[in-house]
Design a protein around this ligand. Structure first.
Ligand code: GAR
Length: 187
């Protein structure tokens, strides 16, 4: 059995989609969800779905091996960042080479980097009058949004689309592609 651990900081709709996608899969399971936010909605989703969820604070994450040891204890095969806000520290990058992936709600290298998260990305896309946007699934290194790209998918933006509509189009692409990419990487 291959074991995924998802990191999420917010709503967790991608986490839920991934958990549902693999719920009947005999070869892949979501072993746990980790969050850096005690109030994150993803925690409610995990409770409803019966997936173990855990909170860690900044010092446990950045200045200790607590999270590393926790992930090793879970026999983690793949770490999936699904709306996770913090940069991944080097102890995790070194321990899980090419085993940490992220989804970004834009076509990197555009609209990436620190502070580019969720709706702030869609707002920037709208302000710049882009005619298309999309998703980027990529390996994670120590810099925000810079690891090797695994998959990109695009969607058109109508001039009348507001930020919420752009976000919805991007979420649809995320729900469609992210679980399939994870499945492929684990096969
Ligand atoms: C997703 O759109 C994801 O691509 C984005 O946060 C959203 C989380 O939604 N991630 C980033 O912006 C990373 N820089 P969710 O919590 O509903 O899955």
């Amino acid at each position: 059995m291959k074991r995924i651990v998802i990191f999420a900081s917010g709503s967790g709709s991608n986490a839920e989609n991934i958990i549902s996608f693999f719920s009947d899969n005999p070869k892949v399971t979501v072993a746990a969800v980790l969050t850096n936010k005690k109030s994150a909605k993803v925690l409610e989703r995990c409770e409803r779905l019966g997936v173990p969820a855990f909170y860690f604070n900044k010092s446990a994450f950045k200045s200790s091996d607590t999270v590393l040891h926790f992930l090793q204890g879970l026999n983690t095969d793949l770490i999936v960042l699904a709306g996770f806000l913090w940069r991944i520290p080097s102890n995790l990058i070194d321990a899980f080479p090419n085993k940490i992936i992220n989804i970004h709600p834009a076509l990197l290298p555009k609209y990436g980097g620190k502070g580019m998260y969720g709706d702030s990305v869609h707002q920037a896309v709208k302000e710049n009058k882009e005619v298309e946007t999309g998703i980027t699934i990529h390996y994670v290194n120590e810099n925000y949004d810079e690891g090797a790209i695994i998959l990109q998918a695009k969607t058109k933006i109508e001039p009348t689309d507001d930020t919420a509509e752009i976000a919805q189009k991007v979420h649809q692409l995320e729900y469609e592609h992210f679980p399939k990419v994870i499945e492929k990487l684990l096969s």
